[in-house]
Design a protein around this ligand. Structure first.
Ligand code: HEC
Length: 102
């Protein structure tokens, strides 16, 4: 009984460590893209460094696909025409820094 619990816990850890939904993105590039195009508006609405928008209790984004969808909506509204791999950079940055979706 005990042994199987430990095995389960280990399996969970291994899965958590390897499952990055945006592994193809580069968070450093994503941060630069956001600093350039996105963050100043979040700062003016939410104060500080703007990150409260991602960490507030009633935030909109609830999972990895929702994050990508939201990035796409914002980016399209702004007329930026990012490519899919560019969206992944931003998703990787936001997920690694704030959301931590698996
Ligand atoms: C003109 C202002 C403005 C710009 C520019 C802007 N945003 Fe936003 N963004 C907002 C506002 C306001 C919200 C919150 C909307 C709400 O609460 O209904 C938001 C919400 C978000 C969220 C969801 C946060 C949550 O609740 O989990 C993400 C992700 C996001 N923006 C990403 C981006 C990205 C990526 C860009 C640049 C391509 C961008 N935003 C540009 C104003 C902006």
């Amino acid at each position: 009984m005990k042994r199987s619990l430990i095995a389960c816990a280990l399996l969970g850890l291994a899965t958590a460590a390897s499952a990055d939904p945006f592994a193809a993105g580069n968070p450093k590039i994503g941060k630069q893209m956001m600093d350039k195009n996105c963050t100043s508006c979040h700062v003016s609405s939410f104060g500080g460094d703007g990150s409260a928008i991602y960490t507030r209790e009633d935030r909109i984004v609830e999972n990895a696909s929702g994050l990508l969808a939201r990035i796409r909506t914002c980016e399209t509204n702004l007329g930026l025409k990012w490519f899919e791999d560019e969206e992944l950079h931003v998703a990787a940055y936001l997920n690694q820094t704030y959301y931590h979706f698996k």
